[in-house]
Design a protein around this ligand. Structure first.
Ligand code: PEP
Length: 252
């Protein structure tokens, strides 16, 4: 069985001191939680401090992006090996904000995924359609294109370190959530695609998170769906009480 994985994406929020305060609360409040993997994705500046704070706990740390080269003249970029050095175990790649605002493409997502896996990180690869794409009936085609770019041709043996986050763009930060049925339909489609592309064992092992306005009051219904294996949480991960409630819902 797949252990549910809930990750808080803090985006461009929190100083080092604020990050430490939040993660310390999470560490304390989640100490007794079993059978759910929990991670936080602070901004780059707080990664090392947060990773040190959680090293005696089951919490894991993710970065929000990385580059595909390990070193060189790439001003402003951060290498996967540097993330490991800072204490990260995971990295989010291909978030829709990076695709929409920072020119991320299926090709760059694929390069980053391979580099991150090669450096020993786990990868949370984000896929998902815009509202216009959902309305014109191209949701499955868009998701398949994103999947092909991110994980097409990967070694199935890497499945344990691959997570797909289905994040419909129209549900991110909008307060508008996909219904459990809408999300499950796409998650099942993603799992079928993984089965055709990477084989049945990898498809059964790869966790598929849902992301898009997950809150304490809708988490349990979403996470009850058979192909929803956790959540990638934005806004509600910035307050300890909300994020803890979502993590607990993943277990129930
Ligand atoms: C996200 O950015 O990954 C996200 C899901 O944000 P929110 O939960 O705020 O919609």
């Amino acid at each position: 069985m797949r252990t549910p994985f809930v990750v808080g994406n803090w985006k461009l929020h929190k100083t080092i001191a604020e990050s430490l305060a939040l993660v310390t609360e999470l560490k304390n409040q989640l100490a007794s939680l079993r059978d759910v993997a929990v991670g936080v994705a602070p901004p780059f500046t707080a990664l090392h401090a947060v990773a040190r704070r959680v090293e005696d706990s089951p919490l894991v740390v993710a970065a929000q992006d990385c580059y595909w080269e390990e070193k060189g003249a790439f001003t402003g970029e951060v290498a996967p090996g540097m993330l490991r050095d800072a204490g990260c175990a995971w990295v989010i790649i291909g978030h829709s904000e990076r695709r929409q605002l920072f020119g991320e493409t299926d090709e760059t997502v694929g390069k980053k995924v391979r580099a991150a896996l090669g450096a020993g990180l786990g990868v949370i690869a984000c896929v998902g359609e815009t509202l216009a794409q959902r309305d014109d009936g191209s949701t499955f085609a868009v998701v398949e294109r994103h999947l092909a770019g991110a994980v097409g041709g990967l070694d199935p043996a890497l499945a344990e370190r691959v997570v797909i986050a289905y994040e419909p763009v129209w549900a991110i930060g909008t307060g508008r959530t996909a219904t459990p049925a809408q999300a499950q339909e796409v998650h099942a489609h993603i799992r079928a695609w993984l089965g055709r592309s990477l084989g049945a064992a990898a498809a059964a092992a790869i966790r598929i998170q849902y992301g898009g306005s997950v809150k304490p009051d809708n988490a349990a219904q979403l996470l009850r769906e058979p192909d929803i294996d956790g959540a990638l949480v934005g806004g509600a991960s910035l307050a300890a009480a909300d994020f803890v409630a979502i993590c607990r819902a993943a277990r129930a």
